[in-house]
Write a protein that binds this ligand. Structure first.
Ligand code: MN
Length: 433
């Protein structure tokens, strides 16, 4: 850790100093944005309190001629992501000093600030490839039990960080809306499938992992080098059509049940900002260790990340009567069976090349306790145990007009709490039937 993590550090942007703010000066996450309702070019920015520091505007002032800032002139973060940890860290140190209380540049930087209430975001990188993992053993077991009651957890699960190749074209940023997907449905007792709007629409509470510098084709990434290939983390909702999924998933895995929409939060929290919140990677007694390419002393000592996650729902009726979103569950990224470094090492062990801006999903993060299940299919046990919302509405799966919001933060004694903002998305009625 370094000066940028100092809990005593405060900013001249005073909203950053409010206790429990998502974006204190110790966080400094990156997004791509512009003033809402304008046709300005999108540009990279860093969050500070309830403002964004426009990095293209900062570059134009000439105050901070850092190498990292040169990489922030595009309308995506891919160039910065490709630069690597040395450049990211130097840029973070510069931004921290510029935004710290007492900075001589505060007056000149005022014109580079935009209120977060006045911005619109875009997906922060060009995402070439998107891979979704399945790293919560609790989620895998809960889902497996519903899809295969006699055989919930397949034998490869404890050895292979399971994943599938997702669809990047339908990834949207918080605020995304999409029509309820249509597809082939086959109720278990029906003789033939039919086509129509999904009836079992679900969310999945996941962490998004943005890749930094890539690796050459044929060149696996060593587990101890893996995190140098990771730019940072965001929130990710892997919307899922469970009825389409149940019919299509064997033998090659999810396809149209997942590819219609994925929503991410706009702000990417860097791995450096997450330093104070690292945890040992631990497994319960009786679980096997990992194979050598997925094992290292460093990964065991601090491979996990203590990130508290929450999913909330606001129905159309709640929205119309100004009822706040209601919390459905809470879990933690330490519930994962595999770490970020293990995901990178596994993804590349066959020589597969990653590129800057590639995105991983962690898989639904469910814990092993009641109230920690990261998807409705788990909470309602496959749709047989509806939940009742505060206003009396019932849900087994999502209804048209429902907004699902993911939130997360990291909090630990001796560190300043940092937040991830949120990833919200809304289901619209099916556009065809
Ligand atoms: Mn998923």
């Amino acid at each position: 850790m370094n000066q940028t993590h100092d809990p005593a550090l405060r900013s001249w942007v005073t909203s950053a100093n409010v206790p429990n703010a998502d974006f204190p000066i110790q966080n400094l996450p990156f997004a791509v944005l512009r003033r809402a309702g304008t046709d300005e070019r999108f540009r990279p920015a860093v969050a500070i309190g309830d403002h964004a520091l426009d990095l293209r505007a900062l570059h134009a002032t000439g105050i901070a001629p850092s190498e990292g800032l040169e990489a922030c002139l595009d309308d995506t973060l891919n160039r910065l992501m490709g630069e690597g940890a040395r450049v990211w860290s130097a840029l973070r140190a510069d931004l921290s000093a510029l935004l710290a209380e007492g900075s001589e540049h505060a007056p000149a930087l005022q014109s580079c600030l935009i209120a977060l209430g006045d911005v619109e975001y875009r997906v922060p990188a060009h995402i070439g490839d998107y891979t979704d993992f399945y790293t919560s053993i609790h989620h895998a077991t809960n889902i497996g039990r519903l899809f295969r009651p006699d055989n919930p957890l397949l034998p490869n699960y404890r050895w292979v960080p399971i994943g599938y190749h997702g669809r990047s074209s339908s990834i949207g940023v918080s605020g995304q809306t999409f029509p309820r997907p249509c597809g082939q449905l086959k109720p278990p007792d029906a003789e033939r499938p039919e086509v129509g709007p999904c009836r079992r629409l679900d969310y999945e509470l996941e962490i998004g992992i943005f890749i930094g510098p890539g690796n050459a084709l044929g060149d696996p990434v060593d587990i101890d080098d893996a995190e140098s290939h990771v730019f940072g983390l965001c929130l990710l909702n892997d919307w899922s059509a469970r009825d389409i999924q149940a019919w299509e998933y064997q033998p090659l895995g999810p396809f149209l049940s997942k590819s219609f929409a994925t929503t991410i939060s706009p702000w990417i929290v860097t791995m450096e900002a997450l330093e104070p919140f690292r945890s040992p990677w631990e497994r319960d007694t009786g679980e096997p260790g990992a194979l050598p390419y997925l094992s290292s002393a460093r990964n065991s000592a601090a491979g996990a990340i203590d990130m508290q996650l929450e999913v909330l729902l606001q129905s159309a009726a709640m929205r119309d009567s100004d009822v706040a979103p209601q919390s459905l569950s809470r879990s933690n990224f330490t519930d994962a069976y595999w770490t970020v470094a293990q995901m990178v090492a596994h993804h590349t062990v066959n020589g597969c090349n990653l590129r800057p801006g590639d995105l991983f999903g962690s898989g639904t993060m469910s814990g092993n306790q009641e109230g920690s299940q990261g998807a409705l299919i788990e909470i309602t046990r496959g749709g047989v145990a509806p939940i009742t919302l505060g206003n009396g509405e019932e849900r087994t799966f999502l209804q048209d007009g429902d907004t699902v919001i993911l939130r997360a933060h990291c909090e630990r004694e001796g560190a300043v709490r940092i937040g991830f903002g949120e990833a919200g998305g809304t289901v619209l009625p099916a556009s065809s039937a």
